[in-house]
Design a binder for this molecule. Sequence first.
Ligand code: PEP
Length: 246
Amino acid sequence: MRRKLVVGNWKMHGSRPANADLLSALRGGRPYTATVAVCVPFVYLSETAATLAGSDIHWGAQDVSAHAQGAYTGEVSAAMLAEAGCRYALVGHSERRALHAESDMLVAQKAQAALACGVTPIVCVGETLAERESGLTEAVVKRQLSAVIHQLTHCAAEMVVAYEPVWAIGTGLTATPEQAQAVHAVLRAQLQAATGHGQTMTILYGGSVKPDNAATLFAQPDIDGGLIGGASLKASDFIAICRAAH
Ligand code: PEP
């Protein structure tokens, strides 16, 4: 039985007062049956750690450098994230793939850098609307995941995968539970074939998950929880989504 996981992705949102309110509401909403985490902007990691310390809510970053250290101005290493107590780091979010031209190979290297420091990479994969309409969904997500599987080799079973159709992120459009389940089943079969541990690995769905659609999505056999963007910024919505995962 896989435990559900719900992860908030704050993107580039937040302020100290707003974060304090959000995090204390999230703490106050416990207990959750699911594992719960928030991926916050780097600059807020320390105060997130201070606010969540002693709770069973985890925190993480939204990106990580592929490099261990050195002259990489503006980047943050996995060792630094580990020092900040991060349990997770998102890698390959579609906004980074699209806006920062991150390749499958770079995403794979970032996942490897995270794992090497004990930070679990949440590897995001997903097709654009044009790719879906051309019948390329399966080929695209398998290609994106395959790059990471090959880079991680024997550690591949330690990653978390998030299926996030690009056309559903921040748009209000959600994949139907059946559409999402179909892709999750493909990804799980790929993970099982490559690692032998596909049945125990966590695969999240992301893309306009809200309190009113979360339970149906999370009830699908291969959907192990969610990666939540916009709705993770409103305490009552995020708490409702966390409670829908059990
Ligand atoms: C995301 O940012 O990963 C995401 C899924 O965003 P939203 O929930 O707003 O679609």
